[in-house]
Design a protein around this ligand. Structure first.
Ligand code: SF4
Ligand code: SF4
Length: 302
């Protein structure tokens, strides 16, 4: 089972949901911090480092003695990372996605590839949680290859929680691909509502079943709840707007440890997710099926 935690915008509580859900998971679980530009799950888990590995992508290197400047490579590269000038070709490594296409189309076999480091994958242990996080090097703009490298460390047969970057762009898509279920975290504000709709469009396009966690309930308005009701989207958990949660977050503490009354909330979320991932979500016919809302009557609001 691969569960992804995502949100249409930053600051909604995605990390809070991911780390606390991992902590109450009960079983051994892998937590993958795919927010590689600023991984922060490790701040909430007292962990023991288990190692780190550099990640590289293959970028082209042009042998000027072979290149005749035909331009096949630059016509192929849709990222404009290689451009032919006169009798040679120039590479812009920071724009290269490492697809290897230019080397394949070069009629003169003038392109070789060299590994260019983009970041690190770090592994840590914290109780029942194996935390695997990507850390993009400063100045590197290309996060999807590092996210794929983080996901490549997933061990089959062990449940996994993927903490996605915020938003709905390429890094999020790279994270969500292959997930069995997505939890979209939002807040009941106009911004939260707007970005939730974008996120819902994204997961529907990817054909991944999903549910919503509404954080900071008590602020804003009811548009998120009305939208979820109208769209038949299950609200898996509501977390009240409780200042103590923000205080615990600012101290780097898990909510389920700092405020034990919230333990039952995250356990309910765990059960709601398990119910929805216990059968074959990879079956496209099932993906199209709507999921009925859970009983949220015992979730307390402040
Ligand atoms: S395709 Fe090969 S030969 Fe042609 S410009 Fe590019 S590197 Fe040079
Ligand atoms: S490897 Fe791919 S992305 Fe990089 S320069 Fe070649 S064609 Fe462009």
């Amino acid at each position: 089972m691969i569960l992804a935690i995502a949100s249409g915008k930053g600051g909604t509580g995605k990390t809070t949901v991911a780390v606390n859900l991992a902590k109450v998971f009960g079983l051994r679980v892998q937590l993958l911090d795919c927010d590689v530009e600023e991984p922060n799950d490790h701040l909430f888990l007292k962990s023991t480092p288990r190692g780190e590995e550099p990640v590289t992508i293959p970028v082209p290197q042009v042998d000027e003695s072979l290149c005749d400047g035909c331009g096949e490579c630059s016509r192929f590269c849709e990222y404009h990372a290689i451009v032919s000038f006169g009798n040679t070709a120039l590479v812009f490594p920071e724009m290269c996605h490492g697809c290897g296409g230019c080397a394949k189309v070069c009629p003169k076999k003038a392109i070789r590839e060299r590994g260019q480091r983009i970041g690190l994958v770090e592994t840590m242990e914290s109780g029942n949680v194996t935390l695997i996080q990507g850390r993009l090097d400063i100045g590197v703009a290309m996060s999807p290859p590092l996210i794929r490298a983080v996901k490549a460390r997933l061990r089959k047969g062990v449940p996994a929680i993927l903490d996605a970057p915020p938003g709905t762009s390429c890094p999020v898509i790279a994270t969500l691909r292959g997930a069995d279920f997505v939890v979209l975290v939002t807040e009941p504000t106009p911004f939260g509502f707007h970005d939730l709709r974008l996120a819902v469009d994204m997961v529907r396009e990817l054909r991944i079943p999903f549910g919503v966690v509404v954080n900071r309930v008590g602020i804003g308005d009811d548009r998120v709840h009305v939208f979820c009701g109208n769209e038949d989207i299950p609200v898996l958990l509501e977390i009240p707007d409780d200042r103590r949660i923000a205080e615990a977050y600012s101290r780097g503490e898990l909510v389920v440890e700092a405020l034990p009354e919230y333990l039952a909330h995250f356990e309910r979320l765990r059960e709601a997710v398990r119910e929805r991932t216990s059968t074959g979500f990879h079956d496209p016919a099932r993906v199209a099926t709507r999921i009925s809302a859970p009983d949220t009557s015992t979730i307390q609001r402040r």
